[in-house]
Design a protein around this ligand. Structure first.
Ligand code: ADP
Ligand code: MG
Ligand code: MG
Length: 883
């Protein structure tokens, strides 16, 4: 078996396509060498060896030693040096490199091969004793830290004590003699900590470092990281051994990192930092402030230190030449590491660079415009979820943050406002023209109006799928949930955190992208939806097959959805309309009546309001499909809670309050999610469905006239489990359509369909499709009922399931393809068998989740429906799924 692959001098045994075997770093070093770029020669020990090592009780195959020796000879020949030679020693770096870059792996060891003898040779060769001893002390520190596990600060303490005594402030004040004087103490420290001397033998050093890289694959940090990112342990890491080039050989030497495009703005420019007379780790360590690479950047930063462009023009021009080659070759923005040794540039690493969402968009669009990639490739280059960052105001990165607490990043975007502690105050403040942040321990459906009025929502309890989080995401409002350090006191209208007490009316800012709660007003940046965003979305729309609709009920949501490119409404939750203004009183009347006549009286008050809602919605969506779901939630959600509310309803109904209390108690349910809700309401009280159907049809007639666009409402019956159940409700709807037609003289086109959100409905989809003209998969409820997990209670126990790998993801965020997904597939199949042209969609949280959208594409759904602010994400994800 070939365990070792060499590179250098314009050739290599590996190439970029071999990342699985050589790791990312090794494969790209080979590729750069093949391209004829200046790469210090070296070799890569494969990831397969890592696997072998662990399969064989941490032992190497016999032939490895010979292969490594041969590779060292190869490197030696190219550099004209010999590993371990006392006169002309080859020094190397040992670098780990997995397939995906992985923090937690062993750090790089530089200058390996140095010892008391070779350091003298290095000094003679370079004619610079200080450089040689600086390299040697770096090596002892790094090797001891990384390979021998002796903590860095022990060495720092020795150095600091020495510098203090000498009155030095910088490492660069240290002379060759100073470093020489320190070395014996470093070595003594190692001997004391380890019980044996620092290894002087280069060969022992090398195998020590190789073993440490493979060993680090199974250290706790790496295991944890793999767990979190779903990287299998079987992948293994590679080890790269590479001839050293020295950036610390004086003023004509340097080390740096550079991007081929600006990783935060995406602008096409060489961007990066470098340090003169330094080695790799100095740039990251932040001991000295790095210098700008280009003169333009130096002018912009106002730095008084020369740019690389000015300080070392030859190396700079070479870097410019090479970055052009690399970007064209990889057809993507590159993140490069380089070192200049006495004026000569060497490339040490290249990879596709990480970037902000904004930069990702600009880079993708510009690469396509430059002809480097196709428009379709550009569509695949942007992570859909990352768009979230762009659709909301964000905190100016330059602004100062006074952090009060950190909760969960429940809904992205940032907002500032005055603290209010209840929804009525939020609404009142909004009416008075103030911006507020609604602060609650947790929210409930009654807070919808307050959440609407607030700029953002902060809760001290509840997870990523708590009511506040889900509703806020739906509204596109920033939300921080579960900020447990904050104590809310409703009685005194204060919150207390970190020893501070804030009162109602004081200003806070929440950052829903990272969960921070900040004191005071913070400067924001507004989202930009034109330019590259619009271009890329246009390209995405060209390739996508599925339609994207929005879940929306308010005019504002509907308009937002259209602005974001929604092609209809996939879910209009009529119950949300029932909380608007003082309608809730009429709704409560309806619920608390104990006979049909009473209900009808209340419903007749609601009819004109619903009709107006729908007419408005239809005209905003002018001609686009609108799916309206009949009343769904358990009735008790609308019940009056306080004595005051109870009296208000009693007065309005002219009914004795005791009777109402009794009725409210009757409506109490032990398990409301599986209780008196969905079409069960229409079965028991058909007049509710009738009123809603009438409102819909009358609104359709009206909107058809005013907009001149035909409105084809899709009426959706929720929580159906049997066909007869659906038929019963459908009959009423059809009768109402006939009645409205007779009254208005206008024939209305419409469809009646159902949500598939119970396992039984999925199983019986074949016969349900005889009556249903469309299915919309309500995967929130379908997940609850298939897994038997209540979404509202899942937070307390679902965590360990994903942490322990029992579930691949939170099933309320990403659809459980194996279980819930199988039911969806089955229902699609059975539904289509009955009705070939049945319209199929999905609504609920999964409709805006990229992984779930891929599933919808492969299952052949016609559309996904998601909250307005997720529409662009869904458009992009649907396009990627179609490619
Ligand atoms: P990381 O994966 O943490 O970036 P690297 O293996 O890339 O670790 O090494 C970190 C830095 O060490 C590099 O950016 C480079 O500056 C320096 N380095 C690595 N190998 C060499 C070498 N052969 N010669 C000079 N510097 C090197
Ligand atoms: Mg690196
Ligand atoms: Mg449902």
């Amino acid at each position: 078996t070939q365990w070792v692959y060499t590179f250098g001098d314009g050739r290599a045994e590996g190439q970029a396509g071999m990342k699985n075997l050589l790791g990312g770093k090794g494969a790209n070093l080979a590729e750069m060498s093949n391209l004829g770029l200046p790469v210090p020669p070296g070799f890569t020990i494969t990831t397969e060896l890592c696997t072998y090592y662990y399969d064989h009780g941490r032992a190497y195959p016999e032939e490895l030693k010979t292969q490594v020796e041969k590779a060292l000879d190869f490197v030696g020949k190219l550099t004209g040096r010999t590993f371990g030679d006392p006169e002309n020693p080859l020094l190397v770096s040992v670098r780990s490199g997995a397939r995906a870059s992985m923090p937690g792996m062993m750090d790089t060891v530089l200058n390996l091969g140095l010892n008391d003898v070779t350091v003298e040779a290095l000094a003679r060769g370079a004619g610079d004793e200080r450089f040689a001893y600086d390299s040697y002390r770096r090596f002892i520190t790094m090797y001891s830290n990384v390979v021998l596990g002796i903590e860095h600060h022990h060495f720092e303490e020795i150095l600091d004590e020495y510098k203090d005594r000498k009155g030095y402030s910088l490492d660069t004040d240290m002379t060759a003699q100073d470093w020489k004087a320190i070395l014996p103490r470093y070595k003594a420290l190692v001997e004391k900590e380890l019980g044996k001397p620092f290894p002087q033998e280069p060969e022992a050093q090398l195998w020590g470092a190789i073993g440490a890289v493979f060993g680090s694959w199974m250290n706790n940090r790496a295991i944890k990281y793999r767990e979190l990112h779903g990287i299998p342990a079987s992948w293994g890491t590679a080890v790269n051994v590479q001839a050293m080039v020295f950036g610390n050989m004086g003023e004509t030497s340097a080390t740096g990192v550079a991007f081929t495009r600006n990783p935060s703005t995406g602008e096409s420019e060489l961007y990066g930092e470098f340090l003169i007379n330094a080695q790799g780790e100095d740039v990251v360590a932040g001991i000295r402030t790095p210098q700008d690479i280009t003169e333009k950047a130096r002018v912009a930063s106002g730095s008084d230190k020369p740019s690389m462009e000015r300080a070392m023009p030859d190396a700079y021009n070479e870097l410019v030449r090479i970055y052009g080659i690399l970007e064209k070759h990889y057809r993507d923005m590159q993140d490069m590491e380089f070192t200049v040794e006495t004026g000569k540039l060497w490339m040490l690493q290249t990879r596709n660079g990480k970037r902000t969402a904004k930069a990702a968009l600009r880079i993708a669009v510009e690469l396509a415009s430059e002809g480097l990639i196709t428009q379709e490739e550009a569509v695949t280059r942007v992570e859909p979820a990352a768009l979230d960052q762009l659709l909301h105001p964000t905190i100016d990165p330059k602004a100062e943050r006074k952090i009060l607490a950190t909760g969960l990043p429940a809904s992205p975007g940032a907002a500032s406002g005055a603290i209010v502690f209840n929804s009525d105050d939020a609404e009142a403040a909004k009416k008075a023209g103030h911006k507020v942040i609604l602060v609650r321990v947790e929210t409930s459906p009654e807070d919808i109006h307050g959440m609407h009025a607030a700029e953002g929502i902060l809760t001290t309890r509840g997870g990523m799928t708590s009511h506040a989080a889900v509703v806020a995401r739906g509204m596109g409002k920033p939300c921080v949930s579960g900020a447990g350090q904050i104590r809310v006191d409703y009685a005194t209208q204060t919150l207390t955190v970190a020893g501070q007490t804030l009162r109602k009316g004081e200003i806070i800012t929440i950052d829903g992208s990272n969960g921070q709660v900040l004191l005071g007003q913070v400067k924001m940046l507004e989202p930009e939806l034109s330019g590259e965003f619009a271009t890329l979305m246009g390209w995405a729309d060209k390739v996508r097959r599925m339609k994207v609709r929005a879940n929306a009920e308010t005019p504002l949501d509907a308009k937002t959805a259209r602005n974001f490119g929604a092609e209809g409404i996939g879910l209009c939750r009529t119950e949300h309309m029932f909380f608007e203004g003082d309608r809730i009183v009429a709704v409560r009347e309806m619920i608390l009546s104990d006979d049909e006549a009473g209900r009808r009286a209340a419903l007749s008050k609601l009819l004109p309001m619903q009709r107006k809602d729908f007419a408005e919605l239809f005209s905003i969506m002018s001609g686009l499909p609108v799916t309206i779901r009949l009343l769904d939630p358990p009735l008790h959600e609308f019940l009056p809670h306080s004595e005051e509310e109870m009296q208000e309803v009693a007065k309005s109904m002219n009914a004795p309050i005791d009777k109402l209390r009794h009725r409210a108690r009757e409506l109490h349910e032990f398990n409301p999610m599986l209780g008196f809700r969905g079409c069960r309401l229409a079965v028991a009280y058909p007049e509710i469905a009738e009123m809603q159907a009438r409102a819909i049809f009358e609104a359709a007639v009206e909107a058809g006239k005013t907009t001149g666009q035909p409105v084809v409402p899709e009426i959706m019956v929720p929580l159906v489990m049997t066909k007869p159940e659906l038929d019963l409700v459908k009959e009423r709807i059809v009768a109402m359509a006939e009645a409205v037609k007779a009254e208005s003289g206008v024939a209305i086109e419409y469809q009646v369909g159902t949500m598939i959100e119970l396992p039984r409905a999925a199983l019986r989809a074949g016969e349900i499709a005889e009556s249903a003209e469309f299915f919309s998969f309500g995967t929130n409820d379908l997940t609850q009922t298939t897994l038997g997990i209540s979404r509202d209670d899942a937070a307390s126990f679902l965590g360990p399931y994903t942490q322990k790998g029992l579930l691949p993801a939170d099933p309320f965020v990403t659809i459980d393809q194996e279980g819930v997904g199988e039911l969806v597939k089955l229902a699609v199949e059975r539904g289509k068998k009955t009705r070939a042209d049945i319209k199929l969609g999905i609504c609920g949280e999964h409709g805006g989740d990229p992984a779930s959208i891929h599933f919808c594409e492969s299952t052949g759904l016609d559309y996904v429906s998601c909250s307005p602010y997720r529409v662009p994400i869904a458009r992009l994800a649907a396009a990627q799924a179609a490619l």
